[in-house]
Design a binder for this molecule. Structure first.
Ligand code: F6R
Length: 615
């Protein structure tokens, strides 16, 4: 979490830092701050709340200078106050630091520093690191930039945890030092100016030439040059990469929120997920980036999907797709659990790490653990050149375009589409017939249009949302591949409306959950016509018998359900394996419209951040 931007060049740093920081606000928005070297010393502005608050403070009291660091925070240690906002200073007040990550042993270090007279202005773990670097700077015998580099290296050697940092010192105008352990950092290479950021996206208007800092590396950044220093202290070679795709800045267009825009982008984001990947001659899919031969793909005996939140839910739908199409057993694991658990994994298992951002710390940690155990790991990511994409043995990009709204929407449907392609490819290498493969391909090509049809119901979904916006608790039920859709509907509802919501397999109702049913607890029941349709109708009756309102998600024109449910969310019919992709859309819209009705901050819900780069 948290976003970092640093600038050194000949332009005024303040507007560049504020602008670039705005592009990182999705990483956290509890507070923001910047520090600029103004020719005499350090000048700091920091404010709790959104970057807008910082911009107002900077407008009232602008800071002049061509070098600075900045930060947008997702609070881990200490509340979202001005004091806890980054940058943090050392004891001399001449060194400033911004940090993304978590320092696990900060209490122990704080107590050691306190004994030697250090006093702290915040409750953060980051301030401890500023003091440690400042102390090491004072103690260093080195001169010039080597002094700050050595201080950073010595200080971070005492830290347990993760960090992406940028440091400046008033005695060294013209220098920014960055370091990375666990949290991403990229160098943006400009002409007569250079940048450092936790995400390529921040730098999009300034440069598309980047160097991705590797773990444990330190960078010394000047306006006209930079050096990368390997963990043992020697300068190291690097490659400047040109980023062509995936770094465009996105605006809301005519939509009031990014989330709505992204929901409505799904016809094209789905198309981008399968464009160029359908092989109608072979009735299969082409996934060039897997880096696995057909022979290797045939040898896969099990698949384990790793992910968090929405990405994990897509993996749960992916399980149904791959098991149906390829008959390969698939398990899904919360990435955060897998990385610390003892769960045995059989030989010939393929791991799939699913992550929109490609930076989620838990998923990255799980991927590294799977690789450490010697397994092949593929990534399904949206962000090009993200850490998970780079550390995977191969993978599939979603090409969904930037997803800015904190609630994941289009990335989910792109992920499920990719699972369909993967299932098709693996299936056709096994027993899936050409005619069944061709049926799925055909249905995929019609999917963007079906999504357009689904989106036409948005106004009707808004009416349902108005009707139920006052509710305090909701249930979401679905069976088989629609169970993860129920989980996803409940997650969307919780995160942007703050209404309590639970997702369950419909039949679990009678094993306890039914006790929650009353006239004030609506249930969204996913009951599109499939092999368990009649069973779902049974659940509907059980809920109605207990006075619970039912919002049924059903196929357009389903008269049977119309007569039973209190409200209807309609979707067109598609191939049974692709139906979950359509079914999730009314649920995205329901939570969106309910959040709007409740006056919630849809794109930036409380306590959340788009990219969760801490454990
Ligand atoms: C929910 C949501 C989160 C993310 C999760 C994983 O709307 O956005 O649950 O899905 O934090 O993020 P990625 O996909 O970036 O790894």
């Amino acid at each position: 979490m948290c976003g970092i931007v640093a600038y050194v060049g000949s332009r005024s740093a303040q507007p560049i830092l504020l602008d670039a920081l705005n592009r990182l606000e999705y990483r956290g928005y509890d507070s923001a701050g910047l520090a600029i070297l103004n020719g005499k010393g350090l000048e700091v502005r920091k404010k709790s709340g959104r970057i807008l608050e910082l911009a107002k403070a900077c407008e009232a009291h602008p800071v002049q200078g061509n070098l600075g660091i900045s930060h947008t925070r997702w609070a881990t240690h200490g509340a979202a106050t001005d004091q806890n906002a980054h940058p943090h200073l050392d004891s001399s007040g001449r060194l400033a630091l911004v940090h993304n990550g978590v320092i696990e042993n900060y209490l122990e270090l704080k107590s050691q520093l306190s004994k030697t007279g250090h006093r702290f202005a915040s409750e953060t773990d980051t301030e401890i690191l500023a003091h440690l670097i400042g102390e090491a700077f004072q103690a260093s015998k080195e001169k010039g930039e080597a002094r700050l580099i050595e201080a950073v290296r010595n200080a971070i050697a005492r830290i347990h945890g993760t960090l992406g940092i940028a440091v400046i010192h008033a005695d060294l105008p013209g220098l920014v030092v960055g370091a990375r352990r666990g949290s991403p950092l990229v160098i943006g290479v400009g002409q007569g100016e250079n940048f450092l950021a936790s995400d390529i996206q921040a730098l999009a208007p300034y440069t598309n030439r980047v160097v991705i800092l590797q773990d444990q590396e330190i960078v010394s950044l000047h306006a006209d040059r930079f050096d990368i220093i390997a963990p043992l202290g020697a300068k190291t070679n690097f490659k400047v990469e040109k980023i062509e795709n995936g770094v465009t800045h996105s605006d809301k267009g005519s939509h009031p929120h990014y989330m709505l825009k992204e929901i409505f982008e799904q016809p094209s984001s789905i198309l981008n997920a399968f464009r160029g990947r359908l092989d109608s001659d072979g009735a299969t899919a082409k996934l060039g980036g897997l880096n696995l031969t057909s022979e290797q793909l045939r040898k896969i005996e099990r698949i384990c999907v790793l992910g968090c939140g929405t990405a994990l839910h897509s993996g749960m739908v992916g399980k149904y797709l791959i098991e149906s199409l390829a008959k390969i057993p698939v398990e899904t694991q919360h990435a955060s659990e897998f990385r610390y658990g003892d769960s045995p994994v059989s030989a010939h298992t393929l791991f799939l790490a699913v992550s929109q951002s490609g930076e989620t710390a838990d998923t990255l940690g799980a991927l590294r653990e799977a690789k450490r155990r010697g397994y092949t790991c593929l990534g399904i990511c949206n962000n090009v050149a993200s850490t998970i994409a780079r550390e995977s043995d191969g993978g599939v990009y979603m090409h969904a375009g930037p997803e800015i709204g904190v609630a994941a929407t289009k990335s989910f449907t792109s992920q499920v589409t990719i699972f369909a392609l993967l299932g098709l490819l693996l299936g056709r290498l096994r027993s899936l017939s050409a005619s069944h493969g061709a049926e799925l391909l055909e249905a995929l090509t019609h999917l963007p249009h079906k999504i357009e049809e689904t989106l036409k119901h948005s106004d009707k979904v808004a009416q349902v949302a108005q009707k139920y916006a006052a509710t305090r608790s909701m249930l979401f039920l679905g069976r088989l591949a629609n169970f993860p859709i129920a989980l996803e509907g409940a997650l969307k509802m919780k995160e942007i409306t703050y209404i309590h919501a639970e997702g369950y397999p419909s039949a679990e109702l009678k094993h306890g959950v039914i006790a929650l049913i009353d006239k004030d607890t609506p249930t969204v029941l996913i009951a599109t016509q499939d092999g368990v349709y009649e069973k779902n109708l049974g659940s509907l009756q059980e809920i109605k018998a207990r006075g619970g309102p039912v919002i049924a998600l059903a196929h357009e024109g389903d008269k049977k359900i119309m007569g039973l449910a209190d409200a209807l969310l309609e979707v067109p019919q598609t191939h049974r394996l692709l139906q979950p992709i359509l079914n999730v859309i009314p649920l995205q819209l329901l939570s969106y419209h309910m959040a709007v009705a409740l006056g919630r901050d849809v794109d930036k819900p409380r306590n959340l951040a788009k990219s969760v780069t801490v454990e």
